[in-house]
Design a protein around this ligand. Structure first.
Ligand SMILES: Nc1ncnc2c1ncn2[C@@H]1O[C@H](COP(=O)(O)OP(=O)(O)O)[C@@H](O)[C@H]1O
Ligand code: SF4
Ligand SMILES: [Mg+2]
Length: 339
C-alpha cells in the first residue's frame, strides 16, 4: 500500500479496515517512439481512487496529465507504450485487449474532453446520440432510453430538453454542448469519470457553473472524479486531493487544503504564486519563468532545477524521489523543509 492521502483516509466506514480502491494505479509510465528517439511522457505515477472522491491533476501544458489517463483508458497514439499496473475493481486493465477496453469504457470508465464537439457526431441529433449510449451499453429499449436522456438533459440544466433532443450539435452553444458531454459521460453511471480540461474553452462563468454541476452529479451517483486542469483555481473548490505533475512525474500529492496552505514543492509554490487573486492586479499576473524541459533530453537531476529559485548543487546531480513530507503528503524535492 502506498502512502498517499487517499490510502491514508480510505478506511471502511463500518469495519475500519482499508476500503478497496475503484482504481489503483501503480508505477505507470508512458513513452513514445519518435523519429529522434524516445520521449518519456509519464514516469512512475501511482495513486488510488475511491468512490465519491475527486482527484485533481494539475500541471503546465505538456506535463503528462492527459497521457497518464489516455494510457489508463487504452487510448494512446500508436507510437505510445504504457507500462506499470492499473487495476479497476482489482482487474488489471493496462494493455488488455481492445475488446475488453471497449467494454470497460463507457460502462465503468468515461472521459470528457475539452473540445466538446469532437465527442459528438455532427450529423446526428443530440437525443439520438445520447440514447445510443444507453441502448448499446445498457441494453435499454428506445422509449426507456429516450426518457432517461430527457431526465439527464434536465439534470444538467439544458432548458427545453424535449426540443433540444431533436437538435444537432452545431445548434448548441459551447456551454450547452459541454453540458451534453457531461450528460453523455454520466448516462452510463461510470465508476470513474475523467474530465480532461473539460471547460477550458468556455468563459469563466459558464466554466464555474458546469464544474459545479459536474461535481454535484458525481457526488449524487458516488462516481469517482478525476479533474485534469492546468488551472489550480479549478481544483480549489472541487477536489479532495491534488497531484501536481511536472515533466511527466508527480512532484507533489496532498489533500487540497494542505496543498494550498502548506505547499512543499517549489513548483507548486510557483503555480500558486501565478494564480489570479482578488487583491492582485491582473497585470501583475506572472508565469513561472522559463520553460518545462525537453522530454527527450531530461536532465539527470531534478527536472525543475533550471527554473527553481531554490536549486542547489545536489539538485542538478540527483533526481529527488517522491517521499512522505508528512503523513499523507508526498513531495519530490531535496529541500528538507521549505522556509
Ligand atoms: N503521439 C505522440 N508522440 C510523441 N510524443 C507525444 C505524443 N503524444 C504526446 N506526446 C508527448 O507527451 C507529452 C505530455 O503530453 P500530455 O499528457 O498531453 O500533456 P498535458 O499535461 O498537457 O496533458 C507532450 O509534451 C508530448 O511531448
Ligand atoms: S529538488 Fe532542488 S531543484 Fe528540484 S524543486 Fe527541490 S530545490 Fe528545486
Ligand atoms: Mg492535456
Amino acid at each position: 500500500m502506498i502512502d498517499t492521502p487517499t490510502t491514508r483516509r480510505a478506511k471502511h466506514p463500518e469495519t475500519g479496515g482499508e476500503r478497496p480502491a475503484v482504481l489503483e494505479c501503480r508505477d505507470l509510465s508512458v513513452h513514445f517512439d519518435a523519429p529522434d528517439g524516445r520521449i518519456s511522457a509519464v514516469n512512475g505515477i501511482s495513486f488510488d481512487l475511491h468512490r465519491g472522491q475527486c482527484l485533481g491533476i494539475v500541471g503546465e501544458s505538456g506535463s503528462g496529465k492527459s497521457q497518464t489517463f489516455l494510457a489508463i483508458l487504452g487510448l494512446l497514439a500508436s507510437n505510445g507504450h504504457a507500462s506499470g499496473s492499473v487495476k479497476l475493481h482489482g482487474e488489471e486493465i493496462l494493455n488488455v485487449s481492445r475488446r475488453r477496453l471497449d467494454a470497460i469504457r463507457g460502462e465503468k470508465l468515461a472521459i470528457v474532453f475539452q473540445d466538446s464537439i469532437t465527442g459528438l457526431t455532427p450529423h446526428k441529433r443530440i437525443g439520438e446520440q445520447l440514447a445510443e449510449v444507453l441502448t448499446q451499453h445498457r441494453g435499454l429499449g428506445r422509449a426507456a432510453a429516450r426518457a432517461k436522456v430527457l431526465e439527464m438533459l434536465e439534470l444538467v440544466r439544458i432548458p427545453e430538453a424535449e426540443k433540444r433532443f431533436r437538435m444537432y450539435p452545431h445548434e448548441f452553444s459551447g456551454g450547452m454542448r459541454q453540458r451534453v458531454m457531461v450528460a453523455q459521460a454520466l448516462l452510463c453511471q461510470p465508476d470513474v469519470l475523467i474530465a480532461d480540461e473539460p471547460t477550458t474553452a468556455l468563459d469563466v462563468t459558464v466554466q464555474a457553473q458546469i464544474l459545479k454541476l459536474f461535481k454535484g452529479l458525481a457526488d449524487h451517483t458516488n462516481t469517482a472524479l478525476v479533474m485534469i486542469t492546468h488551472d489550480l483555481g479549478v481544483v480549489a473548490g472541487l477536489c479532495d486531493e491534488v497531484m501536481v505533475m511536472y515533466a511527466g512525474r508527480v512532484v507533489e500529492h496532498a489533500p487540497v487544503d494542505e496543498l494550498f496552505y502548506q505547499p512543499r514543492h517549489p513548483y507548486t509554490r510557483g503555480l500558486l504564486a501565478c494564480m489570479p487573486r482578488a487583491d492582485r492586479d491582473s497585470e501583475e499576473l506572472t508565469a513561472i519563468p522559463g520553460q518545462p524541459p525537453d522530454l527527450e533530453a531530461l536532465p539527470p537531476g531534478c527536472a525543475f532545477a533550471p527554473r527553481c529559485p531554490q536549486a542547489f548543487a545536489r539538485c542538478e546531480q540527483e533526481r529527488p524521489s517522491l517521499q512522505t513530507a508528512r503523513p499523507g503528503h508526498l513531495k519530490a524535492c531535496h529541500l528538507e523543509e521549505l522556509p
